[in-house]
Design a protein around this ligand. Structure first.
Ligand code: NAD
Length: 287
């Protein structure tokens, strides 16, 4: 029987720790870390994500700045706002909620955010730093996955780690974080032959695809740690992961549920990146 990794509880304890650190920082320096979130357009899912981020900021004690721009916003207007926030030394993190409405260029937006304020860690400079192992910021969802793995007490070093999915926001950076901790990493994708055979080698298996029930119990090595990043909607509107929980759970040693696994960690890691950025900014100012 697999032990459930409780992402909600782990996220709450990370956020509680960040709150304590933030109180200490404010007490010592008088400075309150600040996160600016830009939402362009009225995508309802994005609005929920932004609200959750604002709520997490308030809970931890950060200053939360919210910019809601209409879908008709021009590239120039968005660029000007980013430039102003880049130049504002009371802002530590800048996050542009993706996806952007049609007509706005995501790549140029990601390039425009100053790397030291890029708390999503999507700027190519930060992506490169993750790759060379020098970064203190890391992409939020992969970092959340690492926290969940750490919570099991299982040491990544020397383990066969299989990541399914090679996206720039999850699969690729996660493979780098696992490699940083000396895992033996295999990355699978839509062209991988015999996915089951590769998965069965894994001591640590992470699914980040977006296909409900892709990973079944027979694809899991007995005793493996299974982390399910996938978020899918069933026809009756429920959330479900990429892992078929009913058949996987008896085989795994540890397994994340969906919802309540990786999801709650992403926001906690965003808050952590914001605090890291704020501390670096204070250090630059000699505080
Ligand atoms: P993506 O669509 O960018 O990438 C999916 C990857 O899966 C691709 O690399 C593709 O090659 C691979 N793939 C597709 N079909 C496959 C198959 N049959 N076998 C093996 N690999 C296959 O997706 P993404 O942005 O990386 O997100 C992946 C999933 O994780 C989605 O369900 C998304 O909603 C979820 N997600 C969750 C969080 C969170 O906070 N929990 C954050 C980001 C993404």
């Amino acid at each position: 029987m697999g032990q459930i990794i409780d992402g909600k509880a782990i996220s709450a304890s990370v956020r509680a720790q960040l709150k304590r650190e933030t109180e200490l920082l404010i007490g010592q320096t008088g400075y309150t870390p600040a996160l600016a979130v830009i939402l362009v357009g009225d995508d309802p899912a994005s609005a929920v994500y932004v609200r959750n981020k604002q709520r997490a900021c308030a809970e931890i004690g950060f200053r939360a700045l919210e910019y809601r721009l209409p879908a008709s916003t021009s590239q120039k207007e968005l660029d000007d706002l980013i430039d102003a926030l880049n130049a504002d030394d009371t802002v530590d993190g800048i996050l542009v909620q993706l996806p952007l409405p049609h007509g706005l260029d995501e790549q140029s937006v990601l390039l425009r955010i100053r790397p030291d304020k890029d708390v999503d860690c999507f700027h190519p400079y930060n992506v490169g730093r993750v790759m060379t192992g020098k970064s203190r910021l890391a992409p939020c969802t992969p970092m959340g996955v690492m926290e969940l793995i750490h919570s099991t007490g299982v040491d990544v070093a020397g383990k066969e780690c299989v990541v399914i999915g090679r996206s720039n926001i999850v699969g690729k950076p996660l493979s780098m974080l696992l490699l940083r901790e000396n895992g033996t990493v295999t990355v699978c994708h839509s062209k991988t032959r015999d996915l089951g055979a590769v998965c069965r080698r894994a001591d640590i298996l992470v699914a980040a695809v977006g296909r409900a029930g892709l990973i079944t119990g027979d694809m899991i090595k007995p005793g493996a740690v299974v982390i399910d990043v996938g978020i899918n909607r069933t026809p009756d509107g429920k959330l479900t992961g990429d892992v078929d929980f009913a058949t996987a759970e008896p085989v795994a040693s540890y397994i994340t549920p969906v919802p309540g696994g990786v999801g709650p960690m992403t926001i906690a890691m965003l808050m952590q990146n914001t605090l890291v950025a704020a501390k670096e900014h204070l250090a630059e100012k000699g505080k």
